[in-house]
Design a protein. Structure first.
Length: 136
């Protein structure tokens, strides 16, 4: 078996699906692929998917849903990919121009840059350059 080469989807949780949809669509330019009322919204991010579930409607509560149980409590975290420090800085400026508070701007020991904000559900959203993990 060869090693996995990419993540296909990332899941986070938000009680207000409409707010999550608007945030990721309007701030990050993601495209809505599917939405089910106040239960979930699935958004395309390049060749990957961001899945946002309302924790009040977890998979294990409906016997008609065959997928295994999953869920989380509290704020989650994930990181959008930026090519370099210049792009991270552009994201920081973009957030500020939209009135989104920048929680933290960080320069890592290897010189990589990251910027952190919170989504409407309180999830920690980072934009970090590929240098952080020595990726191309």
């Amino acid at each position: 078996m060869k090693p996995a080469t990419a993540l296909l989807e990332t899941a986070i949780y938000a009680k207000d699906i409409d707010a999550a949809e608007a945030f990721y669509r309007d701030v990050f330019g993601l495209t809505v692929v599917s939405k089910a009322d106040d239960r979930l919204v699935f958004l395309r991010c390049g060749t990957q998917m961001l899945l946002v579930f309302n924790p009040a409607f977890s998979a294990h509560e409906d016997p008609a849903i065959a997928i295994p149980r999953h869920g989380a409590t509290g704020a989650g975290h994930f990181c959008f990919r930026a090519q370099d420090a210049t792009e991270v800085g552009q994201w920081r400026d973009h957030f500020r121009s939209l009135g989104i508070a920048v929680e933290h701007y960080h320069i890592w020991p290897n010189g990589a840059h990251s910027v952190y904000i919170r989504d409407p559900a309180g999830n920690s959203v980072e934009v970090g350059e590929v240098k952080l993990w020595d990726l191309e």
